[in-house]
Design a protein around this ligand. Structure first.
Ligand code: NDP
Length: 252
């Protein structure tokens, strides 16, 4: 399937989980993909997998919590692949625990990547996306933000993670309203529990608590969210999917 032939996508947090699956899916649909993250070895493996399957990828290693580095990452992607039609803001961090007595550094780290990193990349990408919507093969461009179920409902032990993801929802909707006439669609996907490395940054006791909270259900895979991204960006030009909440069937 090559519905994205001639387009260029940039996926943040492509070195693992949902981002890796999304980069593979967009490449499968014909997009050239710039893969962004800090772990360059993982990004190189991914780029090889994409090119082995006949696609095109550019490795862009960057820590996008730095505004200049995020802008530079977007510039490098456009320089390597020639344009930018699709931005998938996926990079994120989830550090859970009680708010009283929490390490403020953990809170800052989540805000820096889940909100600021997403905003820095978006800010840098908008001029390219507006141009792509005007002169691109699809006459439309996309920003897909990976929010969370925790951006719809707040849970104890997740105060700041939820705050960042509610923020992603608010930012996405406001931006969507601003970019309608330029044919840049802004979408937010809110996944439930996905089997990735996301939990692994927490202390073992917290990881056990998260697992117990979810129960022994069959979780989503990164590919399930990648498939959702693929659906959103292949809608006809006049159809904008603003928001999608995707849960594992067994998740209450
Ligand atoms: P992973 O931990 O597998 O992926 C997170 C990605 O973010 C990594 O590729 C990491 O790359 C990247 N990242 C983190 N910090 C930075 C940084 N400073 N600069 C650049 N990249 C960074 O988890 P998921 O795939 O699950 O997470 C992807 C998104 O999905 C996140 O926004 C998460 O909040 C959201 N989500 C996940 C859910 C789940 O259950 N897994 C549920 C709901 C939402 P690197 O370390 O190489 O920089």
């Amino acid at each position: 399937m090559t519905r994205l032939a001639g387009t260029v996508a940039l996926v943040t947090g492509a070195s693992s989980g949902i981002g890796r699956s999304t980069a593979l899916e967009l490449a499968r649909q014909g997009a050239a993909v710039a893969v962004v993250g800090r772990r360059e070895d993982r990004l190189s493996d991914l780029a090889s997998a994409i090119s082995d399957a006949g696609g095109q990828a550019a490795v862009v290693s960057a820590d996008i919590t730095d505004a200049d580095a995020a802008a530079d990452a977007v510039d490098r992607a456009v320089e390597s692949l020639g344009r930018l039609d699709i931005l998938v803001n996926n990079a994120g961090l989830m550090l859970l625990g009680p708010a009283p007595g929490a390490d403020l550094n953990d809170w800052r780290r989540m805000i820096d990547i889940n909100l600021m990193g997403l905003m820095y990349c978006t800010h840098a990408a908008i001029p390219h996306l507006v141009k792509a919507a005007a002169d691109g093969p699809r006459q439309v461009a996309d920003i897909v933000n990976i929010g969370s179920l925790a951006g719809r409902m707040a849970f104890g032990m997740s105060a700041v993670y939820c705050a960042t993801k509610f923020g992603v929802g608010a930012f996405s909707e406001a931006l969507r309203q601003e970019l309608t006439r330029q044919h840049v669609r802004v979408s937010v996907i809110e996944p439930g529990s996905v089997d990735t490395e996301l939990r692994s940054h927490n202390l073992p006791a917290v990881q056990e608590q998260i697992a117990a909270g979810i129960g022994g259900i069959e979780r989503l895979q990164g590919e399930d969210i990648a498939d959702t991204v693929g659906y959103i960006v292949t809608r006809p030009r006049h159809v904008a999917v603003a928001e999608l909440l995707v849960r594992p069937t067994e998740q209450a």
